[in-house]
Design a protein around this ligand. Sequence first.
Ligand SMILES: CC(C)(COP(=O)(O)OP(=O)(O)OC[C@H]1O[C@@H](n2cnc3c(N)ncnc32)[C@H](O)[C@@H]1OP(=O)(O)O)[C@@H](O)C(=O)NCCC(=O)NCCS
Length: 205
Amino acid sequence: MDTGESENQLKLEDIQGREEESTESCRKKRLEVNLREMQIDDLPEVFHLGELIFTAQEVPTLYRTWDEYEVTSLFNSDSEYCLVAELDKKIVGFALGTTVSKKKSSWKYGYLVWLGVLPAYHWQGIASRLFDKLAEKMIEDGVRMFLVDTGASDYAALQLFKKKGFRNPQKHVYLSLNLRTYQELQKKAGNSAKRPRNGNNHRNH
Ligand SMILES: CC(C)(COP(=O)(O)OP(=O)(O)OC[C@H]1O[C@@H](n2cnc3c(N)ncnc32)[C@H](O)[C@@H]1OP(=O)(O)O)[C@@H](O)C(=O)NCCC(=O)NCCS
């Protein structure tokens, strides 16, 4: 006789099987991600991917605003530090970096300008692998110090960078000034400068 218990057992096995399958497919996906240098034909895809990744989060400063010039100028100046992660011929993440040499320092600095992974592919180790590949390239090119910056509330990025060994986070304050406000302030300052110092600017009749 068929019992409810054996049916439940079957369902459980089915679910377990599906879970194993999905874990397996995740593992497979993880293996299938191909890291490579960005090519000129990738520029539009990377740009649109960045629009999805970086407009979804708050952009703390205009300096960190993602636009097409970010991709094209980094690609023009440092294409070897522009990496993409590709899965089934679709780009799912990228790392764009550059190097900086200071005049009075023999040290060469590496700077990871943008690192992003499509949300659907988070937690698969893609950013970690992109970072490692970029770091390897920088080491080969004689970079001694690696720099990154991210918003103070970007927990995922901060955790990732901490895990990679970054220490000593420095707080940086960004201020903004509306230039119309500035003009008004200048005007007011100009007007008050014209007034007599004793403050008695009433006309004597
Ligand atoms: C930050 C970001 C790039 C991480 O991408 P990812 O591919 O999901 O990261 P990984 O899977 O490689 O994770 C590597 C490590 O980062 C940490 N991490 C990643 N996402 C995390 C999260 N949401 N919360 C806490 N830690 C996280 C973990 O330590 C993780 O290691 P583990 O999996 O062994 O625990 C991704 O969240 C993103 O694109 N964020 C928006 C853009 C951004 O903030 N960029 C950074 C500044 S330019």
